[in-house]
Design a protein around this ligand. Structure first.
Ligand code: S3P
Length: 459
């Protein structure tokens, strides 16, 4: 049974970040860049390497705060993990049985992926541990994983209303279940499958829509048999992972800001983003921007560690509004903050529906984007599951990212459609997924400076 922790402290309130992006109107993005490694794959590479037998070498690992919290979680369980040059990680796995329960609570910062996937893994292993996070993570719904894991026999205590912290109690071996997931969520699918790795019998997850399949692909790379049939994935419990080596591609969710900025560039763009992950469960942003008239070419397609990769070439040329096809939403779920900015600069009206999951991300992304874009001069109305956005030029002004990395970077690209300067407040969490963002963006022509508390502004 899952129970609420009786004396759990109330969720902490968000401590506002002091970093600010300062932007001036910009007209073009040009150059060749690489974006940091895929966040979803970086988390999974550590988790799977840590429970595998043998040495796993990872290249292209995202050295962002979120994935580093996952790395530290396994160091706290006795796994030797060395960091080499940029993006190089070496994990000395000794099998799941060698994990030592952590002596302290495990803090996962801002990371929903870290918390949800680790809960599934630890529940399956019966590791007694309490997982905590920052104010944003402490407000996010966890019943979506606690419910199916409890049905498998796990015992997980939560704070009120199923929120973190989550305390996993050692339980008898879990039993596999067949689970129909009520929402399109790769994190829920993954939590259940990872619990199923150490459960008895078969674990099957049915999804309502396609979500990212990195767990299924990467587990196969570690030698686990995962059966995928349409919207269903299943595996047998008791399979051991064998170490492997993998190269994490650039994160399409990070590339998305540049795709949008390039498409919106009034003087045209000549931007190449090299080595971007092109897993078909993640490429909705390209499809949506192309439907809006965006000129994006996919070149030099190749396979890398079980995942497709390509170089993306973006020319400007402007966008027009569309009704975003609901079947593309789960394939672009993290890209909607950027797509809202694309819509704010597109000719005509864009309608987003079927995107209610945006309300339970690091922030309520519908609300934060509606507030911020309105403050910059856009005409935008939020709905329960999306928004109506009238495109045009923006005046500029001050947008509050509310501590959300993706809204912060999205608002910065509004400099390409604004007539006046823009400040984006509370951008400290950009480092969770995209360390070095402002410098990289400045290097391709976005007029951006970042000011830090007690320091001057820098590009
Ligand atoms: C992720 C799944 C998505 C996404 C998140 C990363 C993952 O969340 O928003 O940034 O790595 O599995 P949901 O599964 O909750 O939609």
């Amino acid at each position: 049974m899952s129970t609420a922790i009786p004396n759990a402290a109330a969720a902490p309130s968000h401590v506002r970040g002091e970093r600010v992006f300062h932007l001036s109107p910009s007209r073009s993005l040009d150059g060749r860049i690489r974006v940091p490694g895929d966040k979803s794959m970086s988390h999974r590479s550590i988790m799977f390497g840590a429970i595998a037998s043998g040495v796993t070498e990872v290249a292209g690992f995202l050295e962002g705060e979120d994935s580093l919290h996952t790395l530290n979680a396994f160091r706290a369980m006795g796994v030797a993990i060395e960091r080499g040059g940029p993006g190089q990680v070496r994990i000395q796995g000794r099998g799941a049985a060698a994990l030592v329960p952590p002596t302290d609570d495990v803090y996962l910062g801002n990371s929903g992926t870290g918390m949800r996937l680790l809960t599934g893994l630890y529940a399956g292993l019966g590791v007694p541990v309490t997982l905590t996070g920052d104010a944003s993570l402490s407000g996010r719904p966890m019943a979506r994983i606690v419910d199916p894991l409890t049905r498998m026999g796990a015992r997980i205590d939560t704070a009120a209303a199923g929120r973190p912290p989550l305390s996993i109690r050692a339980a008898v071996p879990l039993r596999g279940i067949e689970y129909t997931c009520p929402m399109a969520s790769a994190q829920v699918k993954s939590a259940v499958l990872l619990a199923g790795l150490h459960a008895t019998g078969t674990t099957t997850v049915h999804e309502p829509a396609v979500t990212r399949d990195h767990t299924e692909r990467m587990l196969q790379g570690f030698g686990v048999e995962v059966r995928v049939d349409g919207l269903s994935a299943s595996l047998e419990g008791g399979q051991a992972l064998q170490a492997t080596s993998l190269r994490v591609p650039g994160d399409i969710s990070s590339a998305a800001f540049f795709l949008v900025g390039g498409c919106l560039s009034p003087d045209g763009a000549a931007l190449v983003i090299e080595g971007v992950g092109m897993n078909p469960t993640r490429t909705g942003v390209i499809d949506i921007l192309r439907l809006m008239g965006g000129r994006i070419e996919v070149r030099n397609e190749r396979a890398q560690g079980g995942e497709p990769v390509a170089d993306l070439h973006v020319c400007g040329g402007g966008l027009h509004g569309i009704e975003v096809p609901p079947e593309l939403v789960s394939l672009a779920i993290d890209e909607f903050p950027a797509l809202f900015v694309a819509a704010a600069g597109a000719a005509g009206r864009t309608v987003v529906t079927g995107a209610e999951e945006l309300r339970v991300k690091e922030t309520d992304r519908i609300e934060v984007m509606v507030q911020g874009l309105s403050a910059l001069g856009a005409t935008i109305t939020g709905t329960a599951d999306g928004a109506h956005i009238e495109g045009g030029r923006l005046a500029g002004g001050q947008a509050d990212a509310c501590g959300d990395h993706r809204t912060a970077m999205a608002f910065s690209m509004a400099a390409l459609i604004a007539d006046g300067p823009i400040s984006v407040l509370d951008v400290d969490n950009v480092a969770t997924s995209f360390p070095g963002y402002a410098a990289l963006a400045a290097g391709v022509g976005l007029d951006i400076r970042e000011s830090a508390p007690g320091a001057g502004a820098s590009a």
